[in-house]
Design a protein around this ligand. Sequence first.
Ligand code: M6R
Length: 364
Amino acid sequence: EKGGFDTYMLKEVYEQPQALTNTLLGRLHDETGEVSLDIGLDPKSFKRISIIACGTAYYAGLVGEYLIEQLARIPVECDVASEYRYRNPLVGENTLAIAVSQSGETIDTLEAMREAKKGGAQTLGVINAKGSSMTRELDDTLYIHAGPEIGVASTKAYTSMVGAFLMLALWLGRARGTLSDKEGAELLSAARELPRLVEEALRPERVQRIKEVAEKYAHARDYLFLGRGVNSPTAYEGALKLKEISYIHAEAYAAGEMKHGPIALIDENLPVAVIATESRLLEKTISNVQEVRARAGKVILFLSDGDEENAQHGDDVIYLPRAHEMVSPVVNAVAMQLLAYFTATALGKDVDKPRNLAKSVTVE
Ligand code: M6R
């Protein structure tokens, strides 16, 4: 049932190219550059969007926030469901509330969506589990079609959620006229590349390299993850994965925020994983890396293939397939999953049964 893999988690990591293919299947139209999502929602019927989720789904929502604001120019806020539901949120008829959930059963998310609905919002789910509670209660569902996810640490659901947000952002951007034909076509082809890029990220020599680095730092007490822009959630997700399955204390920050406090933690015992793949802000990230190294922190640098120039800034460099910045969170997340996985297995942890965790949290 684990298809020859040692764990469900690893099996699901390797299922990502197929899961992404299924997420995108039949929804992207090359000839016209259009996206069809088979949802009844009128893309012009709201003025703001609230994204509501927990855990890994929340981080997918943060990527969604970034993509929708960039491509469709709609104000978006992304909230942790357990906060949203109790803060008497401002909702109205011109709000679209989007729940993000693998299981469709997380009680905090479900209750938060009930709040939003009560306030008059239209509701949409970005959900994996067919026929789950959320899909029954929300106005519409955009299924991510990642297939069943058994591993407690979410992997393929995350990358498929991000893929679904990319389509949603494209769809909104096209319908609302904020995205030109040319940009639309460019992003559409970047989206189409995703399954292949993830497959590339999973090539044995790349996986082996991450394993080596993971083993080198497996005895660290703490870890710091840094990323910027659309990849700051990648850093958050990296830290969460590591905590969940290896029990190493990990924190994540938007790279520019480091100097406002967390920099105090840096010393020669702290591995700092930095997502520094191709982006508009790469130079800024590299200057953050220099700040880390000036304080003797150990930098694990994730760079895009071919970036030899920046390799000197890392104690250890991991190369990732080059991707359009807007789709790079999907490719980069795979590296985060593998880093966490091989750290946990080096420490002899049972990754499929992490302590204190359940697959879905249906009590408050
Ligand atoms: O089923 P959901 O997507 O609503 O679950 C949300 C979180 O509980 C979930 O993502 C959790 O953080 C995972 N264990 C992360 O790996």
